[in-house]
Design a binder for this molecule. Structure first.
Ligand code: GAF
Length: 382
């Protein structure tokens, strides 16, 4: 925080009006369900985007990131237009655009930020950037918007301004997660329940393994899956795949006949929603270790039905399970990024070593492995 605050003073010559932070996330379970109105269960990482921000009255937005080469980027608010920017600045600028488009009186800002959320690792670095700006402007301009609404505006920034057709999970996770909890979120109405998730107290750990295979959501495959799900819903005559009941799945699949792609996508989404509900039930009844097989089933569904895994993600999961993990699966949008591993505390070193050795043997870039403990959602730091 001090570093970002100092950086602001060096750049703009005055103290910022405040400093805010917003975290990245991992998703415990519930993948590619959010744009199907379904259930998700992310928790916040301790890795955050931190932004020092002041208001301006002259219709100018100045942006600077300590993580990116180059000077201050200066934009005129009246010139902000969807899909006009392919750089990191599209995320914060998109939020300003979305706020103004929704009628909120934002007249400009000076921003300096830095992030510890690994980018392209499936850990929501872009949502962290969006949410930290939204929260800062909400506070400074006294907009009074609730967190869920800030998340919606950030999603709009990402969908329309950036041009990535993502769901609502990541922004809501960054805005609404609480320390020590996973967030059970119904993406249809954004109703939420904080589920206590303290693995250390039960002798377990959750590892994040960043495969270093970079992914991007604006590059087509994510959008194709989304369009395929929407097609499946239309074929079944429902608003969203959330409306296909789990106990009616066989019947729904029979109705899709030999439309093999629709069968696979629908089966993933409907079974994944069921896995989220099962995970919540297990955690609430204290059967934490029993979520392991649910995570594994989720990975198989993403790999075989949704087809968004990759050799490196499969290698993490297979190696971790063969080395004694309780469960493992890819997390986030897929096509690279990170996997999560649920393990007994005593097995963490063995599993980490096995995964690192398997990557070396396969000729892959060394993965980045770290332990994840549910951290706080977005907040004002000063
Ligand atoms: C990405 C998207 F941004 C989310 O909205 C969600 O769809 C996720 O992939 C898959 O569950 O993180």
């Amino acid at each position: 925080m001090e570093q970002v605050q100092r950086g602001f003073v060096e750049l703009y010559g005055t103290e910022p009006e405040g400093v805010w932070s917003a975290p990245g996330r991992v998703n415990l379970i519930g993948e590619h369900t959010d744009y199907n109105d379904g259930f998700v269960m992310p928790f916040a990482l301790p890795h955050t985007a931190v932004a020092a921000v002041s208001r301006r009255a002259d219709g100018v937005l100045r942006l600077h990131s300590a993580d990116v080469e180059g000077g201050v980027v200066e934009l005129r608010l009246d010139d902000l237009a969807p899909e006009s920017d392919r750089n990191w600045t599209a995320y914060p600028a998109g939020v300003v655009w979305a706020l103004r488009e929704a009628g909120h009186p934002v007249t400009g800002a000076d921003v300096h930020l830095a992030s510890t959320v690994p980018s392209g690792a499936g850990l929501s670095s872009s949502a962290a950037l969006e949410v930290v700006i939204a929260l800062a402007l909400n506070d400074l301009y006294e907009l009074g918007l609730p967190r869920w609404q800030l998340a919606r505006l950030c999603q709009r920034a990402e969908n329309v301004y950036v041009g990535a057709p993502t769901g609502i999970m990541d922004q809501t996770a960054s805005a609404c997660c609480e320390e020590g909890h996973a967030l059970f979120l119904d993406t249809r109405d954004l109703s939420q329940k904080q589920i206590p998730f303290d693995l250390a107290a039960e002798g377990m750990r959750l590892l994040v393994v960043d495969t270093r295979v970079k992914h991007a959501h604006s590059d087509g495959e994510y959008g194709k899956r989304r369009a395929g799900c929407e097609r499946g819903a239309a074929l079944l005559g429902v608003d969203a795949l959330r409306d296909v009941p789990y106990d009616g799945l066989d019947d729904a699949l029979a109705r899709l006949g030999d439309d093999e792609e629709a069968v696979r996508l629908v089966r993933h989404v409907v079974t994944e929603d069921e896995r989220v509900e099962k995970t919540v039930a297990l955690l609430e009844s204290g059967e934490t270790r029993a979520i392991g097989p649910v995570l594994v089933a989720g990975h198989a569904s993403l790999r075989d039905d949704f087809r968004i895994s990759c050799p490196e993600l499969d290698l993490v999961v297979d190696t971790a399970l063969a080395s004694g993990a309780l469960g493992a699966r890819m997390t986030g949008g897929g096509f690279g990024g990170s996997a999560i591993v649920l393990a007994e505390a005593a097995d963490v070193d063995t599993i980490t070593k096995a995964v690192e050795e398997a990557f070396a043997a396969g000729g892959y870039t060394a993965p980045r492995v770290f332990e994840a403990v549910p951290a706080a959602g977005a907040r004002r730091l000063s």
